[in-house]
Design a protein around this ligand. Structure first.
Ligand code: GNR
Ligand code: NI
Length: 167
């Protein structure tokens, strides 16, 4: 097991797009182990491979209170979406900023597990938000991209201020 370093905005690598996983071997298991270790260490509810500079379609998710319900999602596809929810989101790649983002309220996900076996789950609430947020990362999309121009500009100034205080 190893902790991975999480890319911080505005690292251009966060705009990379991930390719489907085709080989389900020990190396993949190692990546997934390391992603979960990193996600738990960061107190995140999810982590996308792109955030740790691994451009394969892998998500580590745990939205449980116990932090003991890991959900490994490989090659995800949303096959149904329903309704709208509008909730505050944060991102490990953007420490200290939160904004409301519009997402589907419910969805049905088709994905593969660590062994390459297909499964489907229904999600709503935080799990649905998290799945959509993480899947965006796999295509180089960030939660700020969903904000209005005005809110993006406000966010940019806030991030500049945080960066000045940090360095
Ligand atoms: O830890 C995280 N919390 C969170 C809260 C609301 C909506 C989305 C998220 S995802 C985020 C972890 C992260 O940045 N994943 O890419
Ligand atoms: Ni994120």
């Amino acid at each position: 097991m190893a902790l991975l370093s999480v890319l911080q905005y505005p690292d251009p690598k966060l705009r990379n797009k991930a390719l489907p996983v085709t080989v389900f071997d020990d190396k993949l298991r190692q990546i997934v182990d390391d992603m979960f270790e990193t996600m738990y260490e960061q107190n995140g509810v999810g982590l996308a491979s792109i955030q740790v500079d691994i451009p394969q379609r892998i998500l580590a998710i745990d939205v449980s209170d116990s932090r003991k319900e890991p959900l490994c999602v490989i090659n995800p596809e949303i096959i149904h979406r329903e309704g709208i929810q509008y909730e505050h989101e944060g991102c490990i790649s953007f420490p200290g900023v939160y904004e409301k983002v519009e997402r589907a309220a419910k969805l049905r996900l088709h994905a593969m597990d660590l062994h390459g076996k297909s499964f489907e789950i229904d999600a709503e609430g935080l799990l649905a938000v998290c799945i959509q947020h993480e899947m965006d990362h796999l295509d180089g999309v960030l939660f700020i991209d969903h904000l209005s121009r005005l809110k993006q500009e406000r966010m940019r100034k806030k991030l500049e201020k945080i960066r000045r205080q940090t360095f």
